[in-house]
Ligand binder design. Structure first.
Ligand code: PEP
Ligand code: MN
Length: 314
């Protein structure tokens, strides 16, 4: 960490030491190189350091702020293997059990790594259908036994997490909840792998702070997901820069959500092509009958289009 300042170095050093006497300060020109602090927790003293008269700027390195994210090296293979391109597909939400199972079998045949199996759906309008919810848990358990493919499910309420054994294999934290720190902690503590989506308009740092929560609170397996900057306004967008930076700087897998970024099935192939070379895989809403879906109908692709996506990705 570096602190740039103006004024009397001795006085400023004294003030810094008052905040944390263990800090080692190496003085050079108008700058202190700061050592001997606990990575991550250094965040805690920023507000007081910034408040010292004469302190101009405090700069910390990524690994000093996000020690777990930046030291993450775990290469897992189960329930999905990010060492080959990940493909997660399935409905926006389960709205018909028969269609869900049939779609699941088609996708399994084509070699997906995991199936989207959401019982809970965040809706912009309080009048929107929110999925089968807890009532769907026993049916989903049966479906999972039949399909024998890992299930990914968004969770919004931490109180359902302990009911998910045998129901889902990966917990998805949706874009809206990227900063729901209570939920992040509980999802992390569940022991299940966590798929974290970037909240629209949030920057890389904020995204990674949420990932740091997940690692700090116990998750061993984490996958990041870029889904664009717009929620439900129909505007297509995906942040390729964020994917590239994560690929370059971290060992945490990052996939692209083709559906919530493209927002239109006509654009999904194009988004697959844009992300294929840079991400660790994709998530894409797929159904045997997209037109019958109750939610996100316009963006869900059919099995034929899904095959094209597979060909582009793998
Ligand atoms: C989803 O993937 O099911 C979803 C609701 O997307 P997002 O959280 O990215 O809006
Ligand atoms: Mn959707």
């Amino acid at each position: 960490m570096r602190i740039t300042f103006y004024g009397n170095p001795k006085k400023i050093a004294e003030e810094i030491k008052k905040i944390d006497p263990k800090l080692i300060l190496i003085h050079k020109n108008r700058e202190f190189l700061v050592k001997n602090f606990k990575a991550g927790y250094v965040y805690n003293i920023f507000p007081r350091l910034e408040n010292i008269k004469g302190v101009k700027k405090i700069e910390a390195k990524n690994h000093e702020l996000l020690p777990l994210v930046y030291s993450y090296k775990y290469r897992f293979k189960y329930p999905i293997n990010p060492l080959k391109k990940i493909i997660i597909a399935g409905p926006c939400v389960i709205d018909d059990w028969d269609i869900f199972i049939k779609t699941g079998f088609e996708l399994k045949k084509l070699g997906v790594d995991a199936i989207r199996a959401p019982l809970f759906k965040p809706r912009s309008s309080p009048y929107g259908w929110e999925g089968f919810g807890k009532k769907g848990i026993s049916k989903l358990k049966e479906a999972r036994k039949k399909l024998k493919v890992p299930f990914v499910m968004e969770v919004m309420d931490y109180r359902v997490i302990d009911k998910l054994t045998g129901v889902c294999d990966i917990i998805q934290i949706g874009a809206r909840n990227m900063k729901n720190y209570v939920l992040l902690k509980e999802a992390a503590a569940s022991g299940l792998p966590v798929l974290l989506k970037r909240q629209p308009k949030s920057n890389l740092r904020e995204f990674l702070y949420s990932a740091e929560y997940i690692l700090k609170y116990g998750a061993k397996k984490i996958i990041l997901c870029e889904r664009g900057d717009n929620l439900s306004d129909g505007i297509a967008s995906i942040n390729l820069e964020i994917i590239k930076r994560i690929k370059k700087e971290l060992k945490i897998p990052i996939i692209a959500d083709l559906s919530h970024s493209a927002k239109d099935r006509k654009k999904v192939i194009n988004f697959a092509a844009k992300t294929a070379g840079i991400s660790d895989g994709v998530m894409v809403e797929t159904s045997i009958t997209p037109e019958k879906s109750l939610i996100d109908t316009k963006q869900i692709i059919d099995i034929e289009t899904f095959k094209k996506v597979m060909n582009i990705i793998r």
